[in-house]
Design a protein around this ligand. Structure first.
Ligand SMILES: Nc1ncnc2c1ncn2[C@@H]1O[C@H](COP(=O)(O)OP(=O)(O)OP(=O)(O)O)[C@@H](O)[C@H]1O
Length: 256
């Protein structure tokens, strides 16, 4: 059974069909990419998946449970973590603190415990801080634990976003254009990190415009155009699909 089953998702904005009857499956342990020209509906799918947007029709079954619509905290509680196209970090907080914010969902001690500084809370806080340091190390930012997020390089901020998302220990990590703005060597390092995340047991979904990265990294790809899925399969097959070539090039649009 797939980890994620999207069925018949549609979303309109006025006369625009941002998503039009989209169905797709994502299996455990794969790196799945959603690609397509600008305005194809990729971010709308991410927003529906993570509860930031409600579909007009259709729904998503995730880990055998129907996802509640329009409830970001519930999507996160069910095991979906995301990064954003425009990086969303707390710039004035340190890298470590940003990861701790991401770990919030994992902290079990209640408000009273926190207020009374009971032992369990202190133990959880210490555990969370140790885990946050491990995650910074995992994404290659151990040396920057105490640096303010807004002082980090662009590539490092993108890696910090991934560490923060991983802190929630998701079943599915959804990355919205993780390589955007990265140089070639940062992109190579990112690909290695994403592969490692998958190999360590987290399923990865990404929206990506960098076709070299998609072709080298992903197990399966779905292509959207004007809200509809026009192709799905292994990267090489999708790349050679005439409908995909037409969507990217036929109307004067170009893959970045
Ligand atoms: N909040 C909104 N209000 C009005 N129209 C919207 C809104 N969000 C998305 N759209 C429209 O829906 C369509 C799909 O947008 P979406 O952002 O999902 O595409 P995308 O594939 O992620 O594009 P890009 O690659 O440029 O990020 C576009 O035509 C967009 O203008």
């Amino acid at each position: 059974m797939p980890l994620l089953q999207a069925r018949g998702l549609s979303r309109h904005y006025g006369g625009i069909r941002a998503l039009d009857d989209l169905s797709l499956d994502i299996y455990r342990g794969e790196i799945f990419a959603l690609i397509g020209p600008n305005g194809a509906g990729k971010t709308t799918f991410f927003d529906i998946l993570t509860g930031f947007c409600t579909p007009d029709e259709g729904g998503i079954v995730f880990d055998q449970v129907v996802l509640p619509r329009g409830e970001p905290h519930l999507a996160s509680a069910r095991g979906i973590a995301r990064s954003f196209q425009n990086i969303r970090l707390f710039g004035e907080l340190t890298a470590l603190e940003n990861v701790l914010v991401g770990a919030h969902r994992r902290l079990q001690a209640g408000a009273w415990d926190a207020l009374l500084r009971m032992r369990r809370t202190r133990e959880e806080e210490a555990g969370a801080a140790a885990r946050a340091r491990d995650l910074l190390d995992y994404v290659g930012l151990a040396a920057h634990a105490g640096s303010r997020a807004d002082a980090l390089s662009y590539g490092d901020r993108r890696r910090l976003e991934i560490a923060r998302a991983l802190a929630a220990e998701p079943l599915l990590l959804a990355l919205d254009e993780p390589a955007a703005g990265m140089n070639a060597s940062e992109t190579v390092a990112l690909a290695a990190l994403i592969r490692r995340i998958r190999d360590d047991g987290t399923t990865v979904l990404l929206i990506e415009h960098d076709m070299t990265l998609v072709m080298s990294l992903c197990d399966r790809v779905a292509v959207l155009d004007a809200g509809r899925k026009i192709a799905e399969g292994p990267p090489a097959a999708v790349r050679d699909d005439p409908a995909v070539i037409e969507a990217y090039l036929g109307r004067g649009r170009h893959a970045r």
